[in-house]
Design a protein around this ligand. Structure first.
Ligand code: NAP
Length: 310
């Protein structure tokens, strides 16, 4: 495949680029504020909200597949900057999907578990109706529609949950996504530096390792899958218990991690109480199984120790 990865220096973009190159695909990446750390990657600057620039770049690269990992996904920032959230997550996505369609290329979009509201009987399947609670989630629901509209029988939407991977301090810098560091890395660094952290214990998600998500996307593309697929970690868990497990797995002190209820934690945007996802459709289509938490944490710990040793 000739792949164009939008947001190549983000945590999912970085994993996708490395795995796709490892599988022998030809890859071009885009960036806004951060350059990719992958040696030899052909990387081009792109703001996906600029429709003319998107059309020019896609025409120049002529990919068979465009994977859009880019987003404005600081959920609380989006709540008070909804115009910006929609401009990036809906309109920028639409520019890319249209440019892909004009070329006959496949388009893949990364959405979120926050499209659900926590009611009903999670873990949610792809058949469950969406009911977004925040401006971020609404912009992603509209992004999903924009992604699928030009070619519903070819384009793909994947929904992960909280994404983490080791992203050491040497790689951290500001990003136009509104997030320079992911939750898992932030947590491990806070605890390593001896700082106490307060983590919500009554919101359940399906924490998703970035490399595992990249593997799932490439497996779906390998089967020409289209439509919506859930691609989230296989273990539904609340954020506090996830944090304790992660901290223990990297050999740090879980006594520094304290549980708080969501109601005590002043967050601007509402979050679903349980947005865990069932990814069995992915397995039925491709044979790919998302990792259970212990195996995903092993991967995180390995990435961290390799990085700290280098
Ligand atoms: N992280 C999570 O917990 C989580 C959970 C569920 C779903 N998701 C979704 O998963 C996807 C990947 O997340 P991630 O954790 O890999 O994010 P990330 O590490 O923050 O990377 C996001 C990328 O988006 C790029 N970007 C932002 N605005 C852009 C624009 N206007 N034009 C072009 N590129 C732009 C950034 O580029 P620069 O860095 O170069 O500025 C960055 O490379 C996103 O769609 C997000 O909504 C994330």
């Amino acid at each position: 495949m000739r792949l164009l990865v939008v947001g190549a220096a983000g945590q999912v973009g970085d994993s996708l680029v490395r795995q796709a190159l490892g599988q022998g695909h030809e890859v071009t990446g885009t960036y806004r504020m951060r350059r990719s750390a992958v040696p030899g990657l052909d990387a081009i600057a792109l703001d996906k909200t600029d429709g003319a620039a998107v059309a020019r770049l896609v025409e120049m690269v002529r990919p068979n597949v465009i994977i859009d990992t880019s987003a404005m996904h600081n959920v609380d920032y989006c709540e008070s900057h909804s115009e910006e959230a929609f401009r990036v997550n809906r309109d920028g996505t639409a520019h890319l999907a249209k440019a892909a369609h004009a070329l006959g290329a496949q388009f893949t979009f990364i959405s979120t578990d926050f499209v659900f509201d926590g009611s009903g009987r999670p873990p949610y399947t792809e058949l469950d109706p969406v009911h977004p609670q925040s401006e971020y989630a609404r912009s992603k629901v509209e992004g999903e529609a924009a992604a699928l509209a030009p070619a519903p029988d070819r384009n793909l939407v994947v929904r992960p949950s909280v994404i983490y991977s080791w992203w050491g301090p040497r790689r951290q810098s500001a990003s136009s996504s509104g997030k320079g560091v992911n939750f898992g890395t932030w947590l491990a660094e806070e605890v390593r530096q001896g700082r106490e952290v307060r983590i919500i214990d009554d919101l359940i998600t399906s924490p998703t390792h970035a490399g595992d998500l990249a593997g799932a996307i490439l497996a779906l593309l390998g089967r020409s899958a289209h439509g919506v697929y859930h691609t989230a970690g296989a273990t539904p868990i609340d954020r506090y218990r996830f944090s304790v497990a992660l901290v223990k797995r990297v050999g740090l002190d879980p006594a520094l991690v304290h549980a708080v209820h969501a109601a005590e934690f002043a967050q601007k945007a509402p979050r679903p109480t349980n947005s865990s996802l069932d990814s069995s459709r992915l397995t039925a289509t491709t044979g790919y199984r998302m990792l259970e938490l212990p195996a995903a944490l092993d991967r995180f710990a390995r990435e961290r120790s390799d990085d700290l040793a280098s």
